[in-house]
Design a protein around this ligand. Structure first.
Ligand code: ZN
Length: 119
């Protein structure tokens, strides 16, 4: 379960501005700060991410729906064919294209292009 929470936390980051508005930046710093410790201490990181994401009702609902999906897709994409999955080489940011040919963003923490493939 812990690893799934960590993966869900990577995937929630592109959605935070829509969910939290002006609080998104501060919240994202907390999320990315925890994700930076995920390899060193996966269990503690998962626990703290779960606590953090459970605080705002909007992210709590999102997390619940993503954890209920076997592929951990964002809720808005669960009813659609998957178009690919992209991840930061620093392993802290995951993004799914919503339309064919959509350009992947840059990781806001590392400023690096995401790796992955459109499927
Ligand atoms: Zn990154």
């Amino acid at each position: 379960m812990g690893e799934r929470v960590v993966d869900a936390a990577k995937a929630i980051r592109p959605y935070l501005p829509d969910m939290l508005g002006e609080d998104a930046e501060r919240f994202d710093l907390l999320v990315s700060g925890l994700l930076a410790q995920a390899e060193a201490d996966p269990d503690e990181t998962a626990l703290r991410l779960e606590q953090l994401l459970s605080m705002p009702p909007v992210t709590a609902r999102w997390l619940e729906r993503v954890l209920a999906d076997d592929q951990l897709r964002p809720p808005e994409l669960q009813q659609h064919p998957q178009l690919g999955r992209f991840e930061c080489p620093g392993k802290d940011f995951v993004w799914y294209p919503r339309i064919v040919g959509q350009r992947a963003p840059i990781c806001p923490t590392h400023g690096r292009p995401l790796r992955g493939a459109a499927s």
